[in-house]
Ligand binder design. Structure first.
Ligand code: ADP
Ligand code: MG
Length: 339
């Protein structure tokens, strides 16, 4: 069954529906950024993270009380950076873990914070809905060109001497990052298959809020005998979210982040916020370079893929205004041409 799903997903081209399920068209997938548990401006104590997660629970409550299947995916940027830093500092005394294990640690830790805070928000509202989290492995292609040219910076900045030492000792690839210092770079391959997607589907159909695909998923490859193993890579959470929504047959995807709207000429005096755009308009803006890699770029790419492969509507907006964004009263709405 699982193997069949993988094959049918791989057979399809770059557009057209790829869903393996037919009863989730009323469902909603919400991708939330790293700011949902760990904004960039906090130190990151446990108490701070619980407080931020509690606010996220309250932000998402209006979505959780809708009578719709709900999947929540999340980023892990600041958290996995700290996990890597922690093990770098302690490496002479505690054996460092591989990146797939670090991603799994971050998934578990963030999903715990979210699960508890989402559930607390529901209980305060006297709502008995369950929240469940799934550690999610995501298969990537071992021949993905990203492995030949690792570009995704992760973790902290190092000076040149430290960078050299880490490259030797940890076998890391290091790159200088625009004059700001040296960073560990890893491959960011395409998500190909979300392992146990049928369980995400089953739990969502049962009414649980399902937290899955955290940090883009634990990157794994599978050999011809079906045996999986983790790889040193990170997968983009926005692309994994779009893929998951498409395979589940969900028609509406939300990407909640820390800006009010998608903007043109972002960060310049010419900045213009978009309220709505068609798929072809957003493609044209992308071609003009309005959406940089590593931040808005992957969200727009995810939106385009989602709409190309069966999705009908994407909204990108601020986490604090989840319901208005869903209703088109905040954020940016992107629809297929002609809709
Ligand atoms: P997340 O953790 O939610 O994925 P990111 O930092 O990856 O957040 O992406 C959101 C950020 O993208 C915003 O904080 C903003 O600084 C940046 N950004 C870049 N280009 C744009 C744009 N064209 N419109 C809006 N925000 C943009
Ligand atoms: Mg991001």
């Amino acid at each position: 069954m699982r193997r069949g799903d993988t094959k049918s997903e791989r057979r399809v081209g770059l557009s057209g529906p790829i869903s393996a399920f037919h009863d989730m068209s009323g469902g909603l997938l919400v991708a939330i950024g790293g700011n949902a548990t760990h904004p960039r401006d906090i130190k990151g104590t446990a108490a701070e993270q619980f407080a931020v997660a509690a606010a996220t629970g309250r932000d998402l409550l209006p979505l959780m009380t809708l009578d719709r299947e709900l999947i929540v995916t999340h980023g892990n940027g600041p958290v996995v950076g700290k996990i890597l830093m922690r093990q770098m500092v302690a490496r002479k005394r505690v054996a460092p873990m591989s990146l797939d294990i670090c991603v799994a640690h971050s998934q578990g830790g963030i999903a715990y914070l979210l699960m508890q805070s989402l559930e607390n928000a529901l209980r305060e509202a006297n709502n008995p809905r369950h929240v469940v989290c799934l550690l999610t492995q995501v298969e990537v292609d071992p021949d993905d060109p990203a492995f030949g040219d690792p570009l995704k910076p992760i973790g902290h900045f190092y000076d040149e001497d430290e960078a050299r030492e880490l490259a030797d000792e940890m076998n890391w690839q290091m790159r200088e990052d625009s004059g700001r210092g040296w960073r560990h770079v890893v491959a960011s391959p395409e998500p190909r298959h979300i392992v146990d997607i049928s369980l995400v589907h089953a739990l969502a159909k049962r009414g649980a809020v399902v937290i899955a695909g955290g940090g883009g998923g634990i990157p794994v490859i599978r050999d011809s005998g079906g045996v999986r193993r983790g790889v040193e890579a990170v997968i983009d959470k926005d692309l994994t979210s779009a893929h998951m929504a498409n395979v589940l047959g969900i028609r509406e995807m939300m990407i909640l982040t820390d800006v009010p709207r998608v903007a043109l000429n972002f960060g310049t005096s010419q900045q213009r916020e978009l309220t709505r755009a068609s798929l072809s308009e957003i493609r044209a803006y992308r071609a003009k370079g309005h959406f940089p890699p590593g931040s808005m770029g992957p969200k727009i790419e995810a939106a385009i893929r989602f709409l190309d492969r069966g999705g009908e509507r994407v909204v990108i907006g601020p986490l604090g205004e989840a319901l208005p964004t869903l209703n088109g009263d905040a954020g940016t709405e992107i629809r297929r041409d002609g809709d």
